[in-house]
Design a protein around this ligand. Structure first.
Ligand code: DP6
Length: 370
């Protein structure tokens, strides 16, 4: 199949000033996602050094209402109030303003409005679960709903692509949260339509072994991370193993593409765990070096390996940029693994806290008032 390459220009539309609504609101819910092949390393503007692929989650999500009122007098600056879980949160404003600055070129109508952004997560705040993927994709979708009011002719495909494109400019992994169930972000020669600019649904038929794949997130450490993802990505610029890592990730995408179609769970387990440990190996071999895993992260990994061996199970783990462990397992092992988690892993979580989740279908529009 020939790949039609879309450029940034595709996301700049001419629109009529007459269609701009005066007042209204949109509410979207958008999920978090967990990468199987990791994105770690990027160049400007938010272009990944390798393709990444993730499971979209079902339960861990952000719900965002964006209320907009046309400014009486058009000014060039961005006006936005942020309310997080019912309380005014000025601390979140700079990140939102920075996001607006990055996307203005593509959605110039945002300077015509005063915005109120009300947002909440279904997972506990400071649980160590990154809310940037769900939060920025939810906001990008609200902005796309406003674009659709102004430009009603845009197709559903354009809507989702551009939502993912805008979300990427806020946070790379957010580009993978608009759709489900498996999403690829980053150009890869064997994946038709894959792009560095936005995420696309995995383009081939997924084997039934991966239906309703389970992800239980063990909250090992709720503390603030010592090193943010942003800094971690930057450290890949001078990293001695960077180029090998980026080509390994591209190879792993090709391997995983086969696995997802042929249902080889042993190969899946091997690849996913190797990706998780490679991500953390990159952190440990950066300069400055850092470790985000905690002693309990390692204990949990050892217990998962022991259980898998003893019970001939397919349970495995992955990690994101933190100490929490994502326990991945097929739907048919659900009962046994959930008992194992409660009986043997919960003690290693802060306040025995963990969250059951599974692969989901992507973001949903909850309401429109215009
Ligand atoms: C380890 O998407 O949070 O979770 O683009 O700087 O916002 P920014 O980074 P971010 O990085 C996520 C890194 C990761 C791996 C992944 O999700 O692919």
């Amino acid at each position: 199949m020939k790949n039609k390459i879309l450029t940034e220009k595709y996301f700049i539309l001419a629109y009529s000033n007459t269609n701009k609504p005066k007042h209204g609101s949109f509410t979207w819910e958008s999920p978090s996602n967990i990468a199987l092949v990791k994105y770690w390393g990027k160049s400007e503007p938010q272009i990944p050094k390798n393709a990444s692929i993730s499971f979209t989650l079902n339960n861990c999500k952000t719900i965002t209402t964006l209320t907009f009122t046309k400014k009486e007098k058009v000014t060039k600056d961005f006006k936005v109030e942020v309310i997080f879980e019912g309380e005014k949160k000025d601390a979140f404003k700079p990140k939102i303003i920075q996001f607006f600055e990055r996307i203005e070129e593509y959605v110039p109508f945002i300077t015509d409005y005063n915005f109120v952004l009300e947002t909440k997560n279904t997972f506990p705040h400071s649980s160590g679960i990154a809310s940037s993927a769900s939060g920025l994709s939810a906001l990008a979708l609200c902005i796309m709903s406003l674009e659709k009011e102004i430009n009603p002719n845009i197709s559903a495909e354009y809507f989702n692509r551009k939502a993912s494109f805008l979300a990427r400019l806020g946070s790379g992994s957010a580009s993978r949260s608009v759709e489900g169930e498996i999403v690829v972000w980053g150009a890869h020669e064997i994946l038709p339509h894959s792009s560095n600019l936005y995420g696309v649904k995995f383009p081939f038929t997924i084997h039934t072994n991966f239906n309703q794949y389970q992800d239980t997130i063990l909250l090992v450490d709720r503390g603030e991370k010592q090193v943010s993802s942003t800094v971690g990505h930057q450290l890949m610029h001078e990293h001695p193993f960077a180029n090998q890592r980026f080509s390994q990730a591209q190879e792993n995408i090709a391997k995983l593409t086969e696995i997802l179609q042929n249902g080889d769970i042993d190969a899946f387990v091997n690849l996913v765990e190797s990706e998780a440990l490679t991500l953390h190996a990159m952190m440990m071999t950066s300069n400055p070096y850092f470790i985000l895993m905690k002693p309990n992260t390692l204990t949990i990994i050892e217990k998962i390996w022991a259980y898998r061996k003893e019970h001939d199970s397919n349970v495995c783990f992955t990690l994101d940029a933190g100490a929490n462990v994502h326990v991945l397992y097929p739907e048919k092992e659900k009962e046994k693994i959930q008992l194992f988690i409660e009986n043997e892993l919960a003690d290693y979580c802060q306040n025995r806290h963990y969250i059951f989740d599974f692969v989901g279908k992507g973001a949903n529009l909850i309401s429109i008032f215009v």
